[in-house]
Every structure is written in structure tokens, then in C-alpha cells.
Write a protein that binds this ligand. Structure first.
Ligand code: SF4
Length: 348
């Protein structure tokens, strides 16, 4: 093991602090919130949500006593709403079982809903200075390149190997500073594409740099398969009101709201008879939108929106009739918000 790895990193971090206002905290609630928001979100976007959340829910008690609907509304635009639900449930659990005080032991932190090994290590090290390595995409990349590890990072063997390597490299005296330095180096210098090796403090001993293997590391065994789906959404107008429904099934966008819809293929032509068959009523199609697209991690969602007027209708039991002016009060997937912005000039 290269003996100066951690020393070099810590020295580098003393001179290269990333200017993220939310990094200078030891408050476990703040760190938890920050890490959960950043799980699938870019820093620039996550920052404003983090500050909004702290304003609305300044501590665990406030978060626990808020309604899930209110939290979803605050989360709108971040995606992956299960994160918001887990935040809420975990806040309630901490209030109920730990008197609202974040547990200090790694094992107890890891048992909390929605907190995996990375987030538990981040809270344990950044808030409580406990020696646990934060192993995320950035740190996998730096370790794989520096040590020239060719074991695929997405295999059981690779995960086990890197977990041990991360522990072997960890600075047990300054775990918070070391973890932050490794994450920062991966994010700003050892980037996935075109890393800035000439500015890297580790370059003279880096295997990938010295053996010209940078573009080959880290190794991944699998390619992500992207599934394409096509949704037709119907904005059914009924006496200045409109129908929405909540997505309850375990699928994308669980618990978000949408307009009544069918899933079909892109070329499906919708006519009045189709609507009568799908939705049991008499309808007039007023307008058909262009195709909207939203990319998720494993899916590409395409959607078309149909403005429809009903003259007779038997609504499904899970439809909710709301006054048209209240549309904005509900949380929708990004693709629906984009349509509402474009069609009705709503600002999100
Ligand atoms: S020298 Fe280049 S490849 Fe090696 S750790 Fe530094 S930035 Fe990454």
C-alpha cells in the first residue's frame, strides 16, 4: 500500500477546499439531508433544495411532524421520491426511538431506513469523526486508477476488494478530512472524462497515469439497458375541474400525481372511441401535444398529452376531481411539469 496516499490527500485538501457552504457542518441532520439530496442530484441543483429544506424543516422534529404531502411538494423537481419518503419515516423513527437525537454509532445509523453504507459512513465520519470510509463513484474512480485495480467495481468481488482497500487507505486520525479530500479529488481532478492529472497531487505514484490506463479504469462489467416507455396522459376537463390520480403502484414516480393515462406505443392514434373504451364516457379531444421526453437512470419516458372535454363520464374510483386552479398544488413527475409549464405557463 502506498504509504503517503492519505498524507498527500490531506495536504492537498488543506490548500484546495471546495467552496460548498454546506460542507462546514458537524450537524448530523444537515449532513444526512445533504447526502440524501445529493444521491441522484447535481451539486448546483441540490444546493438550493438543501437550503430550502433547512428553512422549512430546521431540525428532525420539524421534518418528522410535517405531512408527507408537504415534503413531496418541497422535493418536487429532485426526482426519486422514495428518498423524501424515507427521510420522513426516518425522522419520525429518530423522534420516536432516540428522542429526536441522531444516533452516534455507525451500526445504528446504518439501520435507519434509506441510509446505505455510503451515507452511514458520511454521517459517522463527518459528524462524529468515526473512522468509516465513504465509498462512492468518485472514490471508486480514484482508488481504481491510483492503484491500477482492474477488478470490475460492479461485481461482488470488486465491491469486497474496494471496501477493504478503502479501509486500508483510510486516515483513522482525520477520517472526515480524508474522506472529504478523496471525494473532492474525484469530483474536481480525477474526473470520469479528461482528468486533470497534471494538477493531481497523486500523479507521480498513480498506476493509471504512469501506465496510460486512465481511460480503462475503473472497470465495469455491465452495460445499463435503457427501457423505453410511452405514456398518453389525458387532461380531462369537467366543469372547470380536472381529474388527477396518484401513482400507487411500485413503479416509477410512486406517490406522485398524474393525469389519467394509458401506456401504449408511440404510434398509437387516439380517437374518441378509444377514449370511451378506456375511460367509460363521452369525450371530445381538444388538443394533442408534441412528444415530451424524460430520461431516468434505466428508462427513457416519452409522453403525449391530450386536452379532452368530457360530456358524460364515469370516473374511476382512484381519480380525484380538483378545481383547475389547484393543479399546481400537487406534486408531479418532471415530464408533466414541463407540459404544464409550456401549455399553461406555470412556473416551477
Ligand atoms: S494522476 Fe490522474 S488518474 Fe491518477 S489519481 Fe490523479 S487525476 Fe486520477
Amino acid at each position: 500500500m502506498y504509504p503517503n496516499f492519505k498524507k498527500t490527500l490531506i495536504q492537498w485538501s488543506n490548500d484546495h477546499k471546495r467552496l460548498l457552504p454546506w460542507q462546514n457542518t458537524k450537524n448530523p441532520y444537515h449532513i444526512w439531508l445533504r447526502e440524501v439530496i445529493l444521491q441522484q442530484t447535481r451539486i448546483e441543483q441540490g444546493s438550493s433544495y438543501y437550503h430550502t429544506f433547512l428553512m422549512k424543516y430546521p431540525d428532525i422534529q420539524h421534518l418528522a411532524s410535517s405531512s408527507l404531502e408537504d415534503i413531496y411538494k418541497s422535493w418536487e423537481g429532485l426526482g426519486y421520491y422514495s428518498r423524501a419518503k424515507n427521510l420522513h419515516q426516518t425522522a419520525q423513527f429518530i423522534v420516536e426511538h432516540y428522542q429526536g437525537i441522531f444516533p452516534r454509532q455507525y451500526d445504528l445509523i446504518l439501520q435507519l431506513k434509506g441510509i446505505g453504507e455510503y451515507t452511514a459512513a458520511a454521517i459517522a465520519s463527518f459528524a462524529f469523526d468515526l473512522p468509516y470510509p465513504t465509498l462512492d463513484g468518485n472514490t471508486y474512480r480514484v482508488l481504481a486508477r491510483f492503484f491500477g485495480v482492474e477488478i470490475p467495481i460492479d461485481t461482488t468481488e470488486g465491491k469486497k476488494y474496494f471496501k477493504q482497500l478503502a479501509v486500508d487507505c483510510l486516515d483513522f486520525q482525520y477520517p472526515a478530512q480524508y474522506n472529504q479530500a478523496l471525494i473532492d479529488l474525484g469530483a474536481t481532478i480525477c474526473k470520469p472524462m479528461n482528468p486533470l492529472c497534471e494538477q493531481c497531487p497523486l500523479s507521480s505514484n498513480c498506476e493509471a497515469f504512469n501506465k496510460e490506463k486512465i481511460s480503462l479504469l475503473p472497470v465495469k462489467s455491465k452495460k445499463i439497458n435503457i427501457q423505453e416507455r410511452f405514456f398518453h396522459f389525458f387532461i380531462i376537463h369537467w366543469n372547470h375541474q380536472v381529474y388527477i390520480q396518484q401513482r400507487k403502484q411500485k413503479d416509477i414516480w410512486q406517490f406522485l400525481f398524474q393525469f389519467p393515462m394509458i401506456e401504449a406505443n408511440e404510434t398509437k392514434v387516439i380517437n374518441h372511441e378509444d377514449l370511451a373504451t378506456y375511460f367509460n364516457g363521452r369525450f371530445q379531444i381538444i388538443e394533442e401535444s408534441e412528444i415530451f421526453i424524460q430520461i431516468l437512470t434505466h428508462r427513457k419516458i416519452k409522453a403525449k398529452f391530450w386536452e379532452v372535454r368530457a360530456s358524460y363520464l364515469q370516473a374511476s374510483s382512484d381519480w380525484i376531481l380538483i378545481p383547475f386552479h389547484q393543479i399546481k398544488d400537487y406534486s408531479y413527475p418532471k415530464i408533466i411539469r414541463e407540459y404544464l409549464s409550456k401549455r399553461y405557463n406555470y412556473i416551477y
